[in-house]
Design a protein around this ligand. Structure first.
Ligand SMILES: CC(C)(COP(=O)(O)OP(=O)(O)OC[C@H]1O[C@@H](n2cnc3c(N)ncnc32)[C@H](O)[C@@H]1OP(=O)(O)O)[C@@H](O)C(=O)NCCC(=O)NCCS
Length: 139
């Protein structure tokens, strides 16, 4: 697990791009989406490495002084069901716990499987906005 600095991201972008393009989540994130300037993003985002290669990532930023927001979490299809997303979330919660009270995210309301995944990882559904469910994890 490594913190995703801007330089690390720039150097490893081809791998990030490949993971995006092999995923079912649309629209794919482009370079521009990854580098969008958001508060504390490069302090709160993590990459998961296997054998020195990026196998997944979690992009997070500060929403308020009390709340961090997870924008995207993704594991390469080759490495799913190995507990890597769970490890990323655990590391992210540990990282955020020092500074924030809450970790939030949005998930497609129609994706019951992902709902289940996040609920198992400690997120509670709070409200639905434009077919997205807002979920909160108390840190
Ligand atoms: C969702 C995702 C990040 C999960 O990654 P993963 O590394 O395979 O997940 P883990 O192996 O850590 O799984 C942790 C637990 O969640 C379960 N789980 C994993 N993916 C799941 C899914 N899509 N639906 C339901 N449960 C799931 C696992 O079975 C495991 O539970 P268990 O230990 O009780 O068996 C991965 O499937 C992915 O990258 N999907 C595409 C991108 C995406 O949809 N991201 C989320 C929205 S930004």
């Amino acid at each position: 697990m490594v913190k995703m600095t801007y330089n690390f991201f720039k150097f490893s972008f081809p791998t990030f791009e490949k993971i995006e393009q092999n995923s079912e989540l649309k629209p794919f994130w482009s370079y521009k989406d990854f580098v969008l300037d958001l508060p504390k993003k490069w302090d709160l985002s993590l990459a998961f490495l296997t054998k020195g290669v990026v196998a997944g990532f979690a992009i997070t930023s500060q929403k308020t002084p009390f709340c961090a927001h997870l924008h995207r979490i993704m594991i390469s299809p080759d490495w799913r069901q190995h507990g890597f997303a769970r490890s990323l979330l655990l590391a992210l919660k540990k990282l955020c716990k020092n500074q924030y009270h809450f970790l939030t995210l949005f998930v497609d309301s129609s994706n019951k499987m992902l709902h289940g995944f996040y609920q198992k990882e400690g997120f509670l559904p709070v409200r639905i906005e434009e077919q997205k469910t807002f979920m909160v994890c108390i840190l």
